[in-house]
Each structure stands twice: as C-alpha cells, then as structure tokens.
Design a protein around this ligand. Structure first.
Ligand code: EPZ
Length: 419
C-alpha cells in the first residue's frame, strides 16, 4: 500500500503550473460520443479519472491516440455497444455523463450506478427528470441504469436543485434533440461553461452557459474535426492558494483564470492574506497567522464546496473560532477527525463545523476519506511540525496530477512510499 510521507513545517514558496480542470475533462471526454468524427482534446489533467474515462470510451468502440500525457485525439465514428463496463463506471462519479451522451448518440445505454467520493446520498433524480422530459425512458435496477429514447425532443427543464452533473447531463441529451431545450435554475460552474464551449466548437448551439438559464437548440450532428483545450482547474488553483496561506508561504499560480477564483480571493483577503491578480496567473502570500472567518459553501460563484476541506486547514490554524457551513453535501467533514489527530480543535455537527484555532498542528498518521480531504491533509502535513503519513492515496490520485511533485517543487518535504 502506498502512503505520502510529509515532513513539516515548510513555508511553500515558488511557482505552480495549474492543470486542466478535472470536472470539465470528465464531462468533455464522454461528450465526444456526440461527435460522429474525430477531435483532439488538450490540457487534460493526467489523473486516474481521465485514464478510466478513456478505458470506458475504448470499451464502447472509440479509438484514442495520446499525443502527449495531456493531449489525445479521439475517433468516435464507430461506437459498437451501448453497454458500459460496470467494473469501470462504478469507479467514479462522472460515468453518469455516459447517459446523456449515449442517449443522444445511440438512443440507449446501460451503465452501473456512478461511484465517486462518499459525501452523502448523491441522488441522480434531477438527471433522470431531465432525460424523461426529453422523451427518454429510464429505469434503475440491480445497481444499473437503463435509458432508452426513440427520439429525444427538446423541452423546458426546471432544476429543483442547482446541480452541476444534472445541468451538464441534460445539456448532453439536448444537443442533438429535435427542437429547443431550456434549462432553468442551471448550475453556473466554470466547468459547465467549458463543456458548452467544447460542444459549440464541435457544432452545437448552446447559449447562456454560466448563467442560470441555458438554451440549447438541437442540431443534426456534431462534425468534430477541431481541437479543444480544457479550462484551467479552479479547484486545483484554489487548493494551492489556500496552501500558501496555511503554510504562511508565497506562491505564484500560473495558467489559471483568476475570475473563477474571486470567492477564494475575497476570503483570503478577509483573513489577512495577500493576493496579486495578473489575469492568467495569481500570487498569494501570507506572513502572519490568519484571522478567523465564517464560510458557507454555495454553488458558483459562491465559495466552492470542493475547497471546503482545504479552507478547514487554514481555519484550524487561524486566530479565534471560525465556522464552516457545508450547504451542498450532507457529509463532508470526515477530514476534521484526521485534523484533530494532528492537534486541531474542530467540532463537526451535521452540516456545520466549528474550528477553535490552534498555534500549530503536529504530524500524525492520517487517512484520506475523499479527493479534496486528501489534498487538505497534504496541506496540513506541510504546515504541521513533524512527520505526517497520509494513507488512501487512490482518492488523491483521482483528481490531482502528481500532487507530491507539485508540492516538492515549491519546497515541501514529501515522498510517496510503498509500505
Ligand atoms: C460535481 O458533483 C463535482 N463532481 C463535485 O466535485 C462537486 O462537489 C459538486 O459538483 C458540486 O460542485 C464532478 O463534477 C465530477 P451536484 P455532482 O449534482 O454533479 C444534489 C470533486 O471533489 N443533487 O452539483 O455530483 C446533491 O446531492 C467532486 O471534484 C440531487 O439532489 O454534484 C448535492 O446536494 C466531489 N439530485 C447537490 O445537489 C440530483 O439529481 C449538488 O450536487 C443531483 C444532485
């Protein structure tokens, strides 16, 4: 079993090149199934979720050629089956995008229920509501989803809850449908805009992505024959911004879109950190103990839930008592038990956690419960005095490209060790 061994404390200093956005890439890859042709995707993050996505697409008949570790060319002219490999699709959440894509391309799909981080119930009722409104028949039995549609017809779809996945999935099922689909109360995350931009590059007609009303006029087919570069990862950038504050370091993050980071920048300034915005890069530094703050996670442009654990590390070290209200997921405070093993004083109850700031954390063996909790533990280990051993690395490798290399390049003493 692998573990990360981190020796702290280290003030992180230097430059980080931000990779392409995981949550855009895991939607754009299945979206290539809408194309009866060939296209090239660049700036892909080199992470296990992408490797799994490619294996699933090849199992469906796609032909993939890697141009380099972050760029591939995919030929989806010959899709040979509508049954997705169960052992692969249950490994991550984004396998549900195969439903919207394959309903549009083949009119049917059988796929296992999606996996992904254990953050609570994670229902997909809004996805199913959208597919049914466009004329599909969807059943869930024996742990698999069966969806079929003779012909998808555009329809108004009102989202009962703001959902990234459902917004993207309904978009995927509407692109080749007959007529117009209007998604109301849509999610507005940068990765949703990126999926819409990708589809429009390939010949779709999607307007309003990034607002809460998205209009999709169905088209005959997507031609492909184009190259698309995935948007920089808002969450990876935010992770390193908060690492700079937690370790009282000084980082310059390159290849990011600072507009997507406004809620994190605002909070960092509020707690006494410093930010310099250069448009496509951002400098974050902090040379004193952060002040306390209250955080409520919200859909974009609010404070992202995917940065909640990382902010939890910062608030564990802040002056005074801070509070985090996790409004998106029922269970996203598992990491606080691990931080308490390192000397933090956190009390988590349901969707709220209180952080009584301590002067320092001390190294300890800790277990990553999910992707972003794992990143938070790397930050905590870098800030802590002593040695921290981080287990369950499969979670971290799903979403961060070479996390130990990126941290080592900015001064962290971190090694991946085989137990
Ligand atoms: C996406 O998950 C991300 N994953 C998550 O990031 C992220 O935390 C989440 O969006 C919110 O930003 C991917 O993009 C692969 P939702 P998703 O549908 O689409 C409820 C990470 O760390 N809901 O926006 O599954 C749901 O229970 C991961 O990168 C329904 O009730 O999230 C939640 O309370 C973790 N019914 C809320 O909506 C539905 O049909 C938001 O979920 C769908 C969702």
């Amino acid at each position: 079993m692998e573990k990360l061994v981190v020796t702290g404390p280290t003030r992180l200093k230097g430059e980080v090149n931000i990779s392409g956005a995981k949550n855009a890439a895991v939607a754009i890859l299945p979206a290539t199934l809408l194309i009866d042709g060939i296209c090239t995707i660049e700036n892909l993050p080199n992470i296990s979720d992408i490797q799994i996505s490619c294996k699933i697409l090849e199992a469906l008949g796609a032909k993939i050629t890697w141009n380099n570790k972050n760029s591939l060319t995919i030929d989806t002219r010959n899709i040979t089956t509508t049954k997705a490999p169960l052992d692969l699709t249950r490994k991550f959440r984004a396998s549900y995008y195969l439903i919207g894509s394959m309903l549009s391309r083949m009119g049917e799909i059988e796929v296992g229920m999606p996996g992904g981080c254990k953050l609570g119930a994670r229902p997909i009722d809004q996805h199913i509501k959208g597919f049914e409104l466009l004329g599909a028949n969807v059943t869930v039995e024996k742990g698999s989803i069966y969806a079929k549609a003779e012909k998808l017809k555009g329809s108004p779809v009102y989202m009962d809850i703001v959902s990234v996945g459902a917004t993207i999935n309904v978009m995927l099922s509407a692109v080749l449908a007959e007529g117009t689909t209007i998604i109301d109360n849509a999610a507005k995350e940068p990765h949703i805009v990126d999926v819409a931009n990708f589809l429009n590059t390939m010949g779709a007609d999607i307007r309003g992505a990034g607002t809460d009303v998205i209009k999709i006029n169905g088209v005959e087919k997507l031609k492909g024959n184009a190259t698309y570069s995935v948007v920089p990862d808002q969450i990876e950038a935010g992770t390193f911004m908060l690492a700079a504050v937690a370790t009282q370091g000084d980082l310059l993050l390159k290849n990011c879109i600072t507009k997507h980071l406004e809620s994190i920048t605002a909070k960092i300034l509020e707690i006494g950190g410093n930010v310099e915005d250069f448009g496509d890069s951002i400098r974050v530094w902090c040379n004193k103990r952060p002040k306390k703050a209250n955080i409520k996670t919200l859909p974009y442009p609010g404070f992202p839930t995917d940065l909640q654990p990382q902010m939890g590390v910062v608030l564990s070290l802040a002056e005074g008592t801070s509070m985090i209200n996790e409004s998106i997921w029922e269970s996203r405070f598992q990491y606080t038990e691990e931080l308490n093993k390192m000397g933090a004083k956190i009390t988590a109850q349901g969707k709220t956690a209180f952080f009584e700031g301590v002067e320092k954390l001390s190294g300890a063996p800790v277990y990553s419960s999910d992707l972003r909790a794992g990143a938070a533990l790397v930050i905590a280990g870098t800030a802590a005095e002593g040695i921290t051993e981080i287990y369950n690395l499969e979670h971290i490798d799903r979403g961060y490209e070479n996390i130990e290399e990126k941290f080592r390049n900015i001064g962290a003493k971190i090694e991946r060790v085989n137990e």
